[in-house]
Design a protein around this ligand. Structure first.
Ligand SMILES: Cc1cc2nc3c(=O)[nH]c(=O)nc-3n(C[C@H](O)[C@H](O)[C@H](O)COP(=O)(O)O)c2cc1C
Length: 131
C-alpha cells in the first residue's frame, strides 16, 4: 500500500516594520491554492509564525521564495517533518493575529489542531505565540 506523505514546515521570523500582512495573505492564498499548500500565518506585529504543508516539492519551492522575501528576517525553522494527514488542511493560508477579536479562540483552535504533533513542536508554538 502506498501512503501519501506531505511535508510540514514550521518556522518563525521577524517582520520588518509596516509590513502589509493582508497583501502577503492575498499572494499566498492565490499561489498556495495552485500549489496544493495549506497552512497558517500568525503575526503579532513583530514576528511571523507560519506553517506550510503540502507535497514535498511544493513546500520546498514555496519556502525558498518565502526565505528570500525582504519583508521578514531571521527565519528559524522550528519543525520540518513528514505527515500522512494535513493538520491545517482547511485553509490555503489561515490568518491568525493577536489583534483579532477572537484571537484567543484562534489560538485554542490551533492548539487543538496540534494535539497530535510532537511535544517539541507544541512547545515551540506556545513559546512563539506567548511573546
Ligand atoms: C511571512 C511571509 C509568508 C509568506 N507566505 C507565503 C505563502 O504561504 N505562499 C506563497 O506563495 N508566498 C508566500 N509569501 C510571499 C513570497 O515570499 C513571495 O513574495 C510570493 O510567493 C511571490 O509570489 P508571486 O511570484 O506570485 O508574486 C510569504 C511572504 C512572507 C513575508
Amino acid at each position: 500500500m502506498t501512503e501519501t506523505l506531505f511535508r510540514q514546515l514550521f518556522y518563525t521570523s521577524r517582520s520588518v516594520p509596516g509590513v502589509d500582512v493582508d497583501h502577503i495573505l492575498q499572494q499566498s492564498r492565490h499561489n498556495n491554492a495552485v500549489d496544493g499548500i495549506t497552512g497558517l500565518l500568525w503575526h503579532d506585529g513583530s514576528h511571523f509564525l507560519q506553517v506550510i504543508e503540502g507535497p514535498e516539492s511544493s513546500v520546498a519551492a514555496t519556502y525558498a521564495r518565502i526565505a528570500g522575501d525582504p519583508r521578514h528576517t531571521d527565519l528559524s525553522i522550528l519543525s520540518d517533518r513528514a505527515i500522512a494527514v494535513r493538520e491545517f488542511g482547511y485553509w490555503s493560508m489561515e490568518r491568525a493575529t493577536r489583534t483579532l477579536a477572537d484571537g484567543e479562540a484562534v489560538l485554542a483552535r490551533i492548539e487543538r489542531r496540534l494535539a497530535g504533533a510532537p511535544e517539541t513542536l507544541r512547545q515551540a508554538f506556545a513559546a512563539a505565540t506567548a511573546r
